[in-house]
Design a protein around this ligand. Structure first.
Ligand code: ZN
Length: 159
């Protein structure tokens, strides 16, 4: 658990992102990890999780990456074309919670959770490429296009 905040800080530095506050989650929020952009500035909440804490942390950094670079190194038009309308309401509830841990089964989406919202789709692709360290090739052209795009944005952020 203690390595996760350090891991998050290293990735944030590597991608030239503004620093985040890392906090344990609000006990009334059911998710293991979440990112917040309220009054206090960017915050990532983490809780010990048996599945893959690094990948979940990367997902939350993906939201921070998106918030930071949308409209600059992340072109809005490409986001709209590949991921859809980001101003849709964010997912909540049991399906969103459970689907986070299921593999994807619908064309164009890398995970079940990615289907819940365009921003989650972006964060899931981001977590995948950052976790792999390279843009892997899938048997799905839409996923590959999303991966290529997010990878390019990541490379630009690294400078
Ligand atoms: Zn998310």
């Amino acid at each position: 658990m203690s390595q996760i905040p350090r891991f998050i800080r290293n990735v944030i530095k590597e991608l030239n992102l503004p620093s985040v506050t890392i906090l344990p989650p609000n006990p009334f929020v059911t998710s293991f990890y979440h990112a917040d952009y309220k009054d206090e500035g960017p915050t990532i909440h983490v809780r010990r999780c048996a599945i893959d804490p690094r990948k979940l942390a990367l997902h939350e950094i993906g939201h921070h990456f998106f918030e930071t670079y949308i409209g600059t190194i992340i072109p809005r038009a490409t986001v709209r074309r590949l991921f859809g309308n980001m101003s849709e309401e964010m997912p909540s509830g049991l399906f969103a919670g459970i689907s986070r841990f299921l593999p994807g089964d619908i064309e164009g989406y890398i995970t079940m959770y990615a289907q819940t919202h365009p921003e989650e789709d972006f964060a899931e692709i981001f977590a995948e490429v950052m976790n792999e360290g390279e843009p892997l090739d899938y048997e799905d052209d839409i996923i590959n296009e999303k991966i290529e795009f997010v990878w390019e944005c990541i490379q630009k952020a690294r400078g």
